[in-house]
Design a protein around this ligand. Structure first.
Ligand code: ZN
Length: 136
């Protein structure tokens, strides 16, 4: 693990949450991006060296909608930057962690991502993310 890449926050209303976080952080989001495969629209903020990702569900049965139904809005996951996602996935698997996807998948903000089951990390959903190589 290199560092925390971002903290993901599940929100009901992305526009309203963007307004709140713009006032909170004193900066506007730098990017809004839909990840259709995950059923989310994301919005990214920078705060110094750190990033905050707001996530709104695009469908009533999506993972973010289910999380909000269960636990309400709030911190949804912590993402760690990794240099080699496949190597890190293999290491965590050998350490007994449950990977929620067996293959790295495309995530927001030009990343390859993998999620670790929260039951293996004291209730925290952990995301691994590796910067995707630039398209030629
Ligand atoms: Zn994330």
């Amino acid at each position: 693990m290199i560092q925390i890449e971002h903290i993901g926050i599940a929100v009901k209303d992305l526009q309203a949450a963007e307004d709140v976080y713009t006032r909170l952080l004193g900066v506007a989001p730098y990017k809004r991006e839909a990840v259709e495969s995950e059923g989310v629209t994301t919005s990214f903020f920078r705060s110094g060296p750190n990033k905050i990702e707001l996530l709104e569900s695009t469908r009533p049965d999506g993972p973010i909608a289910r999380s909000i139904a269960k636990r309400g809005e709030g911190i949804h996951h912590i993402a760690f930057a990794v240099a080699d996602i496949r190597r890190e996935m293999a290491r965590l698997k050998s350490e007994g962690f449950t990977l929620l996807n067996e293959e790295p998948k495309p995530g927001a903000d030009n990343k390859l991502v993998c999620f670790i089951h929260p039951k293996d990390a004291n209730g925290v959903l952990v995301e691994l993310c590796q910067e995707r190589p630039a398209e030629p």
